[in-house]
Design a protein around this ligand. Structure first.
Ligand code: FES
Length: 181
C-alpha cells in the first residue's frame, strides 16, 4: 500500500502532491509559509533599518546642539583692529584649536568671520576680499564674502559664520552660527 502523502497543498513546482518525487516527502517545503517568513524577515529588516536611521538622526541633532552650545560659551580674542588692514584677513581657531576660521576686514568698521572649512569636502577656503569672495581651491568652490553663501562650484551649504564683537580696539570671536541655507 502507498504511503500517505503529507505534502502541503501548494508544492514548489505546482504539480499535485501525488506527482512529487519521493525525496520531497522527506523534505517538504510549504511555499506559502516560506514566503510568509521571507516577508516577515523583510519587514523586520525594514523596521530595524528605520530604527537605526532615527537613532542616527537623533545623535546628529544632539551633537549639533551640543556643539552650538559649547561654541557660544566664551569669547576669544582674535586680533586688534589695528593689526588687520582694510582688505586684509587673519586666520584663527575657534572654538577648538583645530577649528580653522578666517576674519576679514571689508571696510574701516566692517569685519566678517567664517569657518575656513569648505562645506563641500572640508578643504581650507581662501579669502579673496578684493572680489568679495572666499575660494576653495579643491573644486573651485566660491562663497559670498558678505554672507558666506555658496555662489559657484559644488558647495551647497553656507560657511558657518563666526559672530564677532569689537571692544576697545580688540576683535573677539563670540559664537559659531551653523546655518543650513
Ligand atoms: S572641498 Fe571645497 S569645493 Fe570641494
Amino acid at each position: 500500500m502507498d504511503k500517505k502523502i503529507s505534502l502541503p497543498v501548494i508544492t514548489p513546482d505546482g504539480r499535485p502532491p501525488e506527482a512529487q518525487p519521493k525525496w520531497r516527502h522527506d523534505f517538504p517545503i510549504d511555499v506559502p509559509e516560506a514566503d510568509y517568513v521571507a516577508r516577515r524577515d523583510f519587514t523586520k529588516f525594514m523596521v530595524l533599518t528605520s530604527f537605526a536611521f532615527v537613532i542616527g538622526q537623533f545623535w546628529i541633532g544632539l551633537k549639533r546642539a551640543f556643539r552650538r552650545e559649547s561654541a557660544g560659551t566664551s569669547a576669544q580674542r582674535i586680533a586688534s583692529v589695528a593689526a588687520v588692514p582694510v582688505g586684509g584677513a587673519v586666520s584663527f581657531s575657534f572654538p577648538k584649536p583645530n577649528d580653522a576660521c578666517l576674519l576679514m576686514r571689508t571696510g574701516t568698521d566692517d569685519f566678517v568671520a567664517y569657518s575656513a572649512k569648505c562645506t563641500h569636502l572640508s578643504c581650507a577656503v581662501l579669502p579673496d576680499v578684493k572680489n568679495n569672495a572666499l575660494r576653495c581651491p579643491c573644486h573651485n568652490g566660491l562663497f559670498d564674502l558678505a554672507t558666506g553663501r555658496p555662489l559657484a562650484g559644488p558647495p551647497r551649504r553656507p560657511l558657518p559664520r563666526i559672530r564677532i564683537e569689537v571692544r576697545e580696539g580688540e576683535i573677539y570671536a563670540m559664537a559659531v552660527e551653523e546655518r543650513m541655507t
